[in-house]
Design a protein around this ligand. Structure first.
Ligand SMILES: [Zn+2]
Ligand SMILES: [Zn+2]
Length: 142
């Protein structure tokens, strides 16, 4: 159990909202920062992941380094009985929690993890780090 301190919670909410402002001004945003529906623990985790908003990568770097493709489900080409169990995980975008759908635009970062291209672009602008394995998302060049 986590003890909820109101002040701490409010501080976290402000941090998340502050971090989201840059995103909110973008009409193409897909990333949902729905703090209303989040538990204290979720909020805490999100705050930690977002951390300092200045650690994100620039639009230019993301665009040039993000590998994108259109999603086509595996079941179209392989036997369902052969489907490895761990394959399940990679078919869901951890950022928006939605499953990839046929012909969704998928973005792959350096570590090989896949997300919706829109979701990971917004994410990397906030923090240049894989939301799953915490490795660097895209390489910043000087
Ligand atoms: Zn997504
Ligand atoms: Zn990763």
């Amino acid at each position: 159990m986590v003890e909820v301190h109101l002040e701490e919670f409010q501080e976290m909410a402000n941090l998340v909202q502050g971090a989201g402002q840059d995103v909110l001004s973008d009409p193409h945003r897909e990333l949902r920062l729905d703090i209303e529906g989040m538990s204290y623990e979720d909020l805490l985790a999100l705050g930690e992941r977002i951390g300092n908003v200045n650690t994100g990568a620039s639009e230019e770097i993301i665009t040039s380094q993000l590998k994108t493709k259109l999603y086509t489900p595996n079941f179209l080409s392989i036997d369902l009985n052969e489907l490895p169990p761990e394959d399940h995980e990679s078919d869901t975008c951890i950022i928006c929690q939605d499953e990839f759908k046929y012909r969704d635009n998928i973005g792959t970062i350096q570590c090989g993890h896949e997300f919706h291209a829109d979701c990971i672009s917004e994410w990397l602008r906030l923090k240049n780090e894989c939301p799953i394995c915490k490795l660097e998302g895209v390489t910043k060049k000087d």
